[in-house]
Design a protein around this ligand. Sequence first.
Ligand code: ATP
Ligand code: PRP
Length: 297
Amino acid sequence: MDLVNHLNDRLLFAIPKKGRLYSKCVSILNGADISFHRSQRLDIALCTSLPIALIFLPAADIPTFVGEGKCDLGITGVDQVRESDVDVNLAIDLQFGNCKLQVQVPVNGEYKKPEQLIGKTIVTSFVRLAEKYFAKLEGTTVEKMSTRIKYVGGSVEASCALGIGDAIVDLVESGETMRAAGLIDIDTVLGTSAYLIESKNPTSDISLIATIKSRIEGVMTAQQFVSCIYNAPENKLPELLKVTPGRRAPTISKIGDEGWVAVSSMIERKTKGVVLDELKRLGASDIMVFEISNCRV
Ligand SMILES: Nc1ncnc2c1ncn2[C@@H]1O[C@H](COP(=O)(O)OP(=O)(O)OP(=O)(O)O)[C@@H](O)[C@H]1O
Ligand SMILES: O=P(O)(O)OC[C@H]1O[C@H](OP(=O)(O)OP(=O)(O)O)[C@H](O)[C@@H]1O
């Protein structure tokens, strides 16, 4: 099928074609019931359930495609948005791809503070962000600064050992890559995570964009919360409801046992251990927790 001729009237949604963000993006799309079939080696996939075409692009190029309005939506790291310096809406923090863009130097070297790198050579894939950082450090403009910023496309961490730079600016998550290369961080340029980004001048149906955003927000909420139900003695309700206030408010239902009610409430996944302990301590019984497979909020 000639996919390019099937793009008319479809919302173009840019997705990283590989790398760190790819599999999490696919699971968000699955969770949002945006189903598609991607043929091997094809960088366009038509969605079967909605008039959307997914365009698989390098994460670094996605801000440009969305910023120039070629795609109405995209998923990429905030680091890439800042590096591209484009004007897009950061619509939803997808809470993965969390890492920091850091200034790194050889661990046993002479540099301990970023100021000592003024006038030196810095290697990075994030040239614009590094230039801005060092220009600010020097108190001058990018044009007038003495620090040299050198671009490499990957394996930036090898640069100091290979003698092409005095320091690097690169992403750090666990710190494993940095430590393995004999480097240490001395400052953070930027914290980043993956975002749903949105064109400021969308060309497709606004209600379709709203539907996609609402579905993705639903996926995020389903990941963040679990559903909790328990039986509560009525006289303990005020205390128990303080522990499970819900997103808006808990549901309280009568049950066939005098003096008892059933409570249903969304609780934050990360607090569920403590919440369940507390409910039990305060007199709740038959406490159960369920996964939320999908929702709209
Ligand atoms: N170690 C990491 N932990 C979490 N997120 C990361 C990590 N490395 C990169 N990212 C995020 O993923 C984005 C894409 O990085 P990735 O290294 O996957 O690029 P890529 O598109 O595969 O390019 P290449 O592999 O050619 O450098 C980054 O801009 C950043 O937002
Ligand atoms: O702190 P860590 O958990 O070790 O992660 C950091 C590494 O991850 C990214 O590279 P990636 O492995 O995606 O490959 P790349 O160097 O080809 O971009 C980044 O550029 C670092 O090298």
